[in-house]
Design a binder for this molecule. Structure first.
Ligand SMILES: NC(=O)c1ccc[n+]([C@@H]2O[C@H](COP(=O)([O-])OP(=O)(O)OC[C@H]3O[C@@H](n4cnc5c(N)ncnc54)[C@H](OP(=O)(O)O)[C@@H]3O)[C@@H](O)[C@H]2O)c1
Length: 190
């Protein structure tokens, strides 16, 4: 069982525009070619921050048109927020806040032998990393730059913490980099 941050980024390190748009992402390639189907099949629990969840809320019709459901995940999900947010119909969600460590333990129990997916955003993935709980980063780098936006991973992680284990090209629009997090390495919050 691994805890994985799987996300797509622009070449200059942003996972969304500053106003939380992902419209730049969708023309870059087909999700089915990205390794996502194999990845999600191995996921037993997932976590996301409130901005990511609110994107799902705002785009529920689009998500439903593409996946058949306004909430595309069958796995139990933990949404980090200090606010009260509406529940998407059919979603297996619990709203949580604060220290990621006890929540990770609940996720681990729910996931069993399968993996935990930290969907994003970048700071939430960083919180799991700060606690020594992140095992892998699987990053799809799109052939675009955004100039500004929501950061991929707002942490300072110095060599040799991240070990690059694979690189895969998906057409002209994307490269997928997979990193293992070496737990003996150092990490300082930026
Ligand atoms: N390209 C990709 O693959 C990808 C992947 C994931 C997300 N995204 C997009 O990227 C953007 C991410 O937005 P973001 O960077 O703002 O991150 P986010 O993690 O989605 O949301 C951040 C918010 O989550 C809440 N939160 C985070 N940690 C918490 C904690 N420990 N306890 C309580 N609340 C906590 C806080 O808001 P409140 O307390 O105010 O609720 C915080 O402001 C979204 O637009 C999303 O759609 C893209």
């Amino acid at each position: 069982m691994k805890t994985q941050y799987f996300a797509a980024t622009s070449l200059d390190g942003f996972i969304a525009t500053e106003d939380d748009s992902l419209d730049w992402l969708f023309p870059l390639g087909d999700l089915n070619d990205s390794g996502y189907p194999e990845f999600i099949a191995g996921v037993g629990a997932l976590a996301m921050g409130s901005a990511t969840y609110e994107w799902m809320l705002r785009n529920s019709e689009r998500v439903a048109a593409e996946t058949g459901s306004p909430w595309p995940y069958v796995q139990p999900a933990w949404v980090f927020t200090s606010r009260t947010l509406p529940i998407i119909k059919g979603a297996d969600i619990r709203f949580v806040k604060g220290d990621v460590r006890p929540i990770h333990e609940d996720m681990r129990v729910a996931a069993g032998t399968r993996n935990i997916w930290i969907v994003g955003g970048g700071d939430l993935a960083g919180q799991f990393h700060d606690a020594g709980l992140l095992d892998e980063l699987i990053i799809q780098i799109g052939s675009v730059t955004l100039g500004r936006g929501k950061q991929l991973f707002p942490r300072r992680v110095l060599s040799p913490t991240l070990r690059l284990v694979s690189v895969r090209q998906i057409g002209a629009g994307m490269a997928v980099l997979r990193y293992e997090v070496c737990k003996s390495g150092g990490a300082d919050a930026a």
